[in-house]
Design a protein around this ligand. Structure first.
Ligand code: B12
Ligand code: SF4
Length: 489
């Protein structure tokens, strides 16, 4: 079972920590359907060179848009030697005609029932060419085969998903294309997930769900079960979920320490254009203060290049994020992934510049932007990263924290993540990544307030001081507070 990587991830001299974070959870999940007697090896090209001269009965390839060409190259090599190849994942679902030219079997959509069907057909000697996902249900599935992972090669070996998909529909998101023709958001059984969490070694857990808080009843039950487990964890959510009454308090009590949030744009026009309706009218600053008051760090996601964006979007966004005290930001160039409604729109408007999937990595402009040139967009994107992660900006953002411990945690987390690339590269190449996990756990556990204490304080108190860069701004923030309270009801 192979997870191919983009070339950038495989350099012999230079390794980015980004590619040594997470193990191939998709393949580990699929491996759960195999029998324990099956001899299976999982190879992740992000962390080690692939062994391609072997002669297995079956090769399984997981294909993302950016690794499609590499996946096809590997598949073609095996098939030339008569080895059977099965391919699945997001890109295969989006471009089945392209993928089938390189595989004996392809899988469209999530595999919950189609992969076991394929294994049975294979045993009967009658496997089909194309499998489409049927019933979508995560209950009663076998546990992922984490025993097959080389845990020591990853900074975050404890990953899991407790749901699939998302209840929302944003035009640029892979979601609708992958979950087409069936349920596009569904959750696991709470007790099965608690069992999985319990079985993970160490303290740190990373939920890779697109939106962990998409089903309130489900997540509340999960959080109740996690309380007292002593975990520290990270996940992704929407601004709307952050503003839901009492939800984040419950989450922090259960160990939430850092949250990835899709802000995407500060422009209502941009959000409307991408169908990100659930962000429109939300008070971003209040959401940030709410999380910071609970001691939760934020990884903010922003997308550049929407039709509403001109060349001023980069500085405006960075300045806002720094002032808000955001710890880490992930910037993306808007990318029309095949299969999405954004892709269809760009194609019908004749704005796609090429189909070189290697460059559909959210770091290249692969379409003609409306109010900038592609070069301006790429330059602005690099400029945003540079400006956000300058030491002076990190210090400015850190000093928005009301307590010294919060400031130090901000500096340690952001600095550690982005300012020591050379050290990370050496740690990865010398296979010592896992030794830094206790440090990550320590940073996540420190510098947060006890949320029971936080609830007794007015939610805005600390952060008003932090965010209010001028008396006028302070007045505006305070004036808005009653509205925020109303919205929270
Ligand atoms: C973790 C993650 C990463 C990690 C590690 C990836 C990994 N180890 O798998 C890192 C940080 C390295 C990463 C990097 C990037 N990522 Co990423 N990443 C994710 C994330 C958040 C979770 C993936 C995951 O584990 N899902 C949970 C598992 C259980 O599901 P799954 O992977 O889809 O696998 C199931 C099915 O797809 C299916 N399946 C898959 N393969 C096969 C094969 C067969 C034969 C069968 C039967 C079934 C099957 O069965 C699996 C088990 O149920 C996803 C978002 C998402 N929700 O998928 C984005 C996502 C996959 N990433 C994305 C992108 C764009 C990138 C980057 C280009 C970002 C960047 N700018 O650098 C890079 C490049 C990656 C590369 N090498 O090509 C996009 C991909 C878009 C696309 N259409 O392909 C996604 C969807 C994010 C998004 N919302 O846009 N990523
Ligand atoms: S909220 Fe996030 S995961 Fe959900 S559809 Fe929008 S971009 Fe995709």
């Amino acid at each position: 079972m192979i997870l191919p990587a983009l070339t950038e991830a495989t350099g012999p001299y230079w390794r980015s920590i980004k590619y040594s974070l997470f193990p191939p959870l998709g393949l580990v999940t699929l491996a759960g359907h195999l029998s324990y007697g099956d001899e299976v090896v999982i190879e992740d090209e992000h962390v080690e060179p692939l062994e391609l001269n072997d002669d297995p009965d079956l090769v399984i390839l997981q294909v993302y848009v950016t690794s499609a060409s590499r996946a096809y190259e590997i598949a073609d090599g095996y098939r030339r030697r008569g080895v059977r190849v099965a391919m699945g994942g997001l890109h295969v679902t989006a471009c089945p005609r392209e993928a089938i030219a390189h595989a004996d079997h392809i899988f469209l959509g999530p595999d919950d029932t189609s992969f076991p069907r394929f294994l049975a057909d294979l045993q009967d000697g009658q496997p089909a060419r194309v499998y489409r996902s049927g019933v979508r249900c995560l209950r009663g599935l076998p546990s992922p085969r984490r025993d097959l992972l080389k845990r020591h090669l990853y900074l975050v070996p404890n990953t899991l998903v407790v749901s699939r998909g998302c209840p929302h529909h944003c035009n640029f998101c892979y979601k609708d294309s992958f979950f087409r023709g069936g349920k596009s958001y569904y959750t696991s059984a709470v007790d099965e997930m608690l069992g999985q969490i319990e079985s993970l070694p160490g303290r740190h857990v990373f939920f890779l769900d697109d939106h962990l808080f998409g089903d309130r009843r489900f997540i509340e039950a999960l959080l109740d079960g996690m309380r007292g487990m002593g975990r520290v964890w990270q996940a992704a959510a929407t601004v709307q979920a952050v503003l839901s009454p009492a939800l984040m308090e419950k989450a922090t009590d259960a160990g939430l320490r850092s949250l990835f949030i899709g802000f995407e744009s500060l422009s209502p026009d941009g959000l409307r254009e991408q169908g990100k309706m659930h962000n429109i009218g939300q008070d971003y600053e209040y959401a940030i203060r709410r999380l910071h008051d609970l001691g939760v760090m934020i990884n903010a996601s922003f997308v550049f290049g929407m039709d509403a964006d001109d060349a001023s979007v980069f500085d405006r966004t960075v300045d806002w994020a720094v002032r808000a005290g955001i710890e880490t930001a992930t910037f993306h160039i808007l990318t029309p992934y095949p299969g999405t409604s954004l892709y269809r729109r760009m194609e019908s408007e004749g704005r796609l510049l090429h189909h070189n999937w290697n460059l559909f990595d959210t770091r290249h402009a692969v379409y003609q932007p409306a109010r900038m040139s592609p070069e301006q967009l790429e330059k602005g994107y690099r400029h945003a990263y540079h400006e956000f992660y300058r030491w002076s900006a990190i210090l400015r953002a850190a000093t928005t924290k009301p307590r010294l411990s919060g400031m130090l945690r901000h500096l340690a987390y952001t600095g550690g993540w982005k300012k020591f690339d050379g050290l990370w590269s050496w740690i990865i190449r010398s296979q010592r990544v896992a030794r830094t996990i206790p440090l990550l756990e320590w940073i996540l556990s420190h510098g947060r307030l006890d949320s029971s204490k936080t609830r007794e304080r007015p939610l805005h108190a600390a952060s008003n001081a932090a965010l209010a860069t001028s008396p006028a701004r302070m007045r505006r923030t305070i004036k808005r507070f009653p509205e925020n309270m109303v919205r929270r009801q």
